[in-house]
Design a protein around this ligand. Structure first.
Ligand SMILES: [Zn+2]
Ligand SMILES: [Zn+2]
Length: 319
């Protein structure tokens, strides 16, 4: 698309013989939105941004509306772009990207959505990292998404609810830290580095978990959507799967020693038969209870090994 100031201008006054047409700002904004929809590279809007100072401001505001910081170097570059922090509505990054110039986050006063990846943090650093980052964020966030969390504990929930009281959507997830990409060893190892199933060690029962979670989130009076990416099934479900079901697979002459990739209880016929119906009922009761205790919440979701009734992979126990 070619844009020249003889076609689109930000002034109604003609210059020389060229006729200028003044377009409503909303329409100009929509054009930039359309240009960026075809690809979020700066080249998509570079020609448009050269039309005039005003158009450049509109283009940059749209371009930086969604910012995913790729690296520490990228973050440093962003910190030096004048006015950029005012344009950003949605910010995403790995938490460790902000280990330098963390106080610059306070400049993002228009931020509505924040997505943080905690992959590089562990159980010992999660709380201090979250405290440091949240202290520098605007309190007016509407959507907060934290992924690859080592755990979802009451300290984190209380920190979020006191720091961001206007949240409408809260998504916290831990279970994607379970590593099913390599081998059974890696799956077992990753399961020991996060609290993917807090029942019964952290909370004796589902009811206790829901009551404590709701108490911690009570200040979030506008919360409508809640994702808690933990399993409500007992921690023993994965332990038994690794000890029993994996043991059937590992020595199999058909699959070879430590065949890869491994799989969780969600793809295991034995685990589905043993736990599926009871866990689904537990999840249903927990959702109902949570919506009763937090009336503003319309949608609630948990991680589940048994969300679907039939396993995707049938484990042949007779092998
Ligand atoms: Zn491995
Ligand atoms: Zn199993």
């Amino acid at each position: 698309m070619h844009i020249t100031d003889s076609i689109i201008g930000d002034s109604a006054i003609g210059r020389g013989s060229r006729r200028m047409i003044c377009l409503p700002i909303e329409l100009v904004d929509s054009i930039v939105h359309w240009l960026l929809a075809t690809g979020r590279s700066f080249s998509s809007i570079s020609a448009f941004s050269l039309v005039s100072h005003r158009y450049r401001q509109i283009a940059l505001r749209r371009y930086y509306g969604i910012l995913h910081v790729q690296s520490v170097r990228h973050w440093f570059r962003m910190c030096h772009i004048k006015g950029m922090s005012d344009w950003v509505r949605s910010l995403g990054a790995s938490t460790t990207v902000f280990r330098h110039k963390v106080d610059f986050l306070a400049h993002f006063t228009s931020l509505k959505t924040l997505e943080l990846d905690f992959s590089d943090d562990g159980l010992s650093t999660q709380t201090s990292r979250a405290t440091l980052l949240f202290r520098n964020m605007t309190a007016q966030l509407k959507t907060l998404k934290l992924t690859h969390l080592p755990c979802i504990d009451l300290a984190l929930l209380s920190l979020i609810s006191t720091r961001f009281p206007t949240l409408v959507t809260l998504e916290l997830s831990c279970t994607e830290r379970l590593d099913e990409r390599c081998c059974w060893h890696c799956l077992e190892e990753s399961s020991t580095c996060c609290v993917h199933s807090p029942i019964p060690e952290a909370y004796a029962t589902t009811d206790i978990l829901i009551v404590k979670v709701c108490k911690a989130l009570r200040p979030l009076e506008k919360l409508e959507t809640l994702l808690l990416g933990i399993f409500l099934s007992d921690a023993d479900v994965l332990v038994r799967h690794l000890e029993r079901c994996a043991a059937i697979i590992i020595p199999s002459p058909r699959t070879g020693y430590y065949s890869a990739p491994p799989f969780g209880p969600d793809k295991c016929a034995i685990c589905h038969a043993e736990h599926g119906p009871a866990v689904r009922e537990r999840e249903r009761l927990a959702s109902d209870m949570l919506r009763q205790l937090l009336p503003s919440v319309k949608a609630v979701e948990f991680s589940s090994w048994f969300a679907v009734e039939a396993p995707m992979r049938v484990l042949d126990a007779s092998r």
